[in-house]
Ligand binder design. Structure first.
Ligand code: SAH
Length: 271
């Protein structure tokens, strides 16, 4: 199949996941729709390479601005509806997959409630891809038979915290935390308090598949220090569980352009 065979319908909104950032991990459908769209609403999460490919004149930035203000979700929803009602082919481009911590669900509901035709174009989520490209499988027959994707954005000591760290600690599967760089000390402490071993392997993968990719590894006890040593900054995923250590056994044999990125070193072959 050829990407050029796929055309966008006027008056339709496409909720498109961009994948983690490498343009090679866009789906064929995502690429075709980006080429065909009249207007593309996006933030920074698709990463510099994909954003660099987009035609400026058809792009509208709806992320956070330097001053810290951001376009609100309700403004974005309204714009999607307006553009579609104007007969435009609209792409709402999100990092990873729109339905994994991407507010794609809210956008879909809004469009449905307003009678606007839309399509969901799944993307490769960073929750799986960022660990994968550095050699970490989120499940493994010998190490983990379940995986949970959780937000690290919330304060784990808050009574009404939506994430039940205690149950996660007991469940024994892999935990992948998104939006969890800042609160790493809080939820690693919560997991240890809930009985998870301090020796549990942990890896942080920042900007997976971007040119600036970085990795920090350690244990529940040491990962905060490793984060600071390497200088991990958002966006990054945290992988907690035995699979985080399998990286070491496959790293030397891994063949992809991301593999040479060792802990703390920048990616572009500059060692
Ligand atoms: N919908 C996105 C997630 C959005 S929430 C997806 O499916 O990937 C934003 C969080 O995603 C970030 O805080 C970070 O935890 C994660 N993230 C997104 N892109 C990433 C990347 N390239 N590398 C590592 N983490 C990433």
């Amino acid at each position: 199949m050829d990407a050029r065979d796929i055309e966008a319908e006027p008056g339709t909104v496409y909720l498109v996941g961009s994948g983690p950032g490498d343009p090679g991990l866009l789906t064929v459908r995502a690429k075709a729709l980006l080429e065909d769209a009249d207007v593309i609403l996006h933030d920074r999460l698709p990463g510099p390479k994909i954003i660099g490919m987009l035609p400026d004149e058809r792009c509208e930035y709806v992320g956070k601005h330097a001053q810290g203000e951001r376009t609100t979700q309700s403004e974005i929803n309204d714009r999607l509806v307006e553009y579609a009602r104007d007969g435009k082919k609209v792409v709402r481009l999100k990092g990873g997959d729109s339905f994994v911590f991407g507010r794609g669900g809210e956008e879909a509901e809004y469009l449905a409630n307003h009678g606007v035709p839309f399509e969901v174009v799944p993307g490769v989520t960073s929750a799986i891809a960022a660990p994968a490209v550095v050699g970490i499988p989120v499940t493994h027959r010998d190490h983990a038979s379940s995986v949970s994707f959780v937000t690290g954005h919330e304060d784990p000591t808050k009574d009404e915290s939506a994430v039940d760290w205690e149950s996660l600690a007991e469940a024994g599967g892999t935990i992948v935390v998104l939006m969890g760089v800042k609160r790493l000390p809080d939820y690693t402490a919560a997991l240890r308090e809930a009985g998870m071993s301090s020796e549990t392997p942990v890896a942080l993968v920042e900007r997976g598949t971007w040119p600036e990719q970085q990795v920090a590894t350690g244990t529940l006890e040491t990962i905060v220090e490793a984060r600071d040593e390497v200088g991990i900054r958002p966006p990054a995923v945290t992988v907690i569980g035995d699979v985080a250590a399998t990286r070491e056994s496959v790293l030397d044999a891994l063949e992809n352009e991301y593999a040479p990125v060792a802990d703390g070193r920048r990616g572009d072959g500059d060692d």
